[in-house]
Design a protein around this ligand. Sequence first.
Ligand code: MGD
Ligand code: MGD
Ligand code: SF4
Ligand code: MO
Length: 749
Amino acid sequence: MAAGAPEPANELVHRSCPLCEAHCGITVEVDRGAQRVATIRGDESDPFSRGYLCPKAYGLKGLHEDPDRLRRPLRRVDGGRFEEIGWEDALDLVAGRLREIRESAGPNAIATYLGNPNAHDLGSALFMPTFQRALGTRWRFSASSVDQLPKMVSCCAMFGAPLAVPIPDVDRTDFLLVLGANPLASNGSLMTAPDIPGRLRALRERGGRLVVVDPRRSETAQVADEHLFIRPGSDAFLLFAMVHVLFEESLVKLGRLAEFTHGVDEVERLARDFPPEAVAPLTGIPAPRVRALTRSFAAAPRAACYGRIGTCTQEFGTLASWLVDVVNTLTGNLDREGGALFPRPAHGPAEDRPRRRGKLPYGRWHSRVRELAEFAGELPVAALAEEIDTPGDGVRALVTVAGNPVLSTPNGARLAKALASLDFMVSVDIYRNETSRFADVILPTTGHLEHTNYDIAFHQLSVRNTTKWSPTVFEPPEDTKHLWEVLLEIGARVNGTTAETLEEMTLAKLLEATVGPGTACPGLSPEQAHERLAPRRGPERLLDLMLRAGPYGDRFEDGEDGLSLTKLAEAEHGIDLGALEPRLPDYLDTASGGVELAPDLLVADVARLRASLEERRAEGSLVLIGRRHIRSNNSWMHNVHALAKGKDRCTLLVNPTDAERLGLAAGGRARVRSRVGELVAPVELSEDLMPGVVSLPHGYGHAAEGVQLSVAQRHQPGVNSNLLTDETLLDALSGNAVLNGIPVEIAAA
Ligand SMILES: Nc1nc2c(c(=O)[nH]1)N[C@H]1C(S)=C(S)[C@@H](COP(=O)(O)OP(=O)(O)OC[C@H]3O[C@@H](n4cnc5c(=O)[nH]c(N)nc54)[C@H](O)[C@@H]3O)O[C@H]1N2
Ligand SMILES: Nc1nc2c(c(=O)[nH]1)N[C@H]1C(S)=C(S)[C@@H](COP(=O)(O)OP(=O)(O)OC[C@H]3O[C@@H](n4cnc5c(=O)[nH]c(N)nc54)[C@H](O)[C@@H]3O)O[C@H]1N2
Ligand code: SF4
Ligand SMILES: [Mo]
């Protein structure tokens, strides 16, 4: 600020926006007198987001002030009414019921479901494993299996860890091939990149090429050099055809990757069955265009292939996710500047960590009813309802944490019915919504501006290495609890111990892995490190340890200028740690130590794809896909007036040709029916949809009884698209739900 300028009346707090993966830097201007948010701006000094914001950031003010947002625990009393109760009573009630059920029916009678906001909350990320262990159940579900689970499976098999996801280097690539993602609306996923519009503009301004493969001419497709319509669910065919062309036309050039990549010959053999000409009837993309696309991708000096939600939430999600990285590897773009690389986040792990080199954490146990395989300790959420409503030793109690599965998982109607039949349910949630209305107890946690945060998951998935600390904006009000505190309180009470004991256990486990002989801090004992971390507590203490033992850390050496939480917090706009750099083969944690281009699990699944190729399923049937809107965030920002106002967004988009055939008119209403359910939605005509494909966004359907979302109910109630998605349609390998490409029948209503 210039000398002599008046002091700002309001205080400025710099932190990151917790709403989506981009985690843009925001500057919250606080009116301390009124204890209100005066305004929220993009932080121009944030080295990563450089002032960029989308409209949702401003919604944080409305979220903070929302009178419908819960501040006190609620207990359901007769007639479906809820009444406030004190924290002690609420926690005792929850723990008492969970203990009873565990004692009478075993730990697996309790299930957990974790929603998306857990990935945005440091306290949850660090203490959730302790909480899950305290409950002792194997029946763990999360939003992962309606999202990126296929990518986690393929990356774990290829690179050795579920989060070893190669990230497209958008800032330096010459060719970005996007399948099934619409970052102009979503702001990027498994590709943390604030200001996607600016970054894509820069790509094209430097002469780079953007190609989008999508059944809808999405906002991203509209700014691309080329858009290819694809039949939903057929990306694995397209990608295999590209691999076929790479081999057939001798375009494979692994470069330095050849030294540590296994299975290239196996991939060549598999791809023989998928020439572009054979797959064209399934994808709807003519063979010459596939050949041209492959040649130009291979010829680009630096190229990145990137697939997201559309390529995961489909029948061959794991194969498609794998093939994205196969294309990157075969063209030498894996782990290369301008290709797809592995970030090096400040919280670690450090390069000198011990490796696991273990077996794939897949199929070690199975769900009861359909025998679906576990992955990394979780079961597919498409099985949750049947695990409750199928007689036998099923799930009797459910703990949801920041999730709304009634609106976000397939066959929401069946799940709602199942939830109503549980012996006990607790929702750790800030709203009484479509899911938590079934809970016996709702435990709200502090608001997003009332706790510190660190974007631990998204620093791991960034297009650039950066690090940023988010301080609290408002002190939490009396008698409120942070999410991590609620988790530890429940876990402790269920096991007759204290939250503090569980916290110390969590720390001890992390200390064991980060300090002492064989670690990045060999000269320090866990006891010494424990002392050095005082007086910090909670997530902050764990994060300080991770940062200090991490790749840029001070390693607890005095006088070193490495990172610690103190140093990070002083850098209030965040710290730039530089562009992504090659990390292979060192980074890999596969059993062989190399890149597994043809892992057994994926190779075995190719038979299923081949069979489907032969079937040549009936064309002409209508299929449903989803979409996202920049002002919406899954199911839960719909109660903020600034975002919810405006025209109806929950419309069924229909191509005019289909509309005419079906007798639908713009502004009219359509009855949409699938195997599992039906709904009525307003019709919007759109040339942007591939004929034969209709689109309805997810996360709506707020009109249900018992829901306390008054703004959403008034402005954008919408309908629940997951009344149509089918819990029996899965990517058979990962168990991830198919949410795109649902067969539907449509008629005028
Ligand atoms: N048809 C279809 N379905 C989909 C998708 C799709 O594309 N199409 N997308 C899928 C994807 S990618 C995802 S991630 C899932 C999301 O699925 P979910 O995670 O189940 O749903 P969200 O809508 O994110 O709900 C978040 C919940 O957390 C609560 N919440 C928000 N912040 C906090 C907090 O700080 N503390 C607490 N305690 N609670 C909080 C909200 O009130 C809300 O109840 O939906 C999936 N469902
Ligand atoms: N504004 C906003 N931002 C969000 C969210 C939100 O709800 N709203 N949700 C956040 C979450 S949890 C996530 S996971 C990310 C998701 O981020 P994205 O993956 O970018 O999600 P979408 O915008 O749904 O884009 C998916 C695209 O896939 C296309 N598609 C559907 N089926 C197929 C198919 O079979 N093949 C191909 N090639 N394409 C297909 C759809 O038409 C759509 O354009 O967004 C995050 N950001
Ligand atoms: S893109 Fe929007 S919602 Fe996402 S972090 Fe940035 S401001 Fe928040
Ligand atoms: Mo997601």
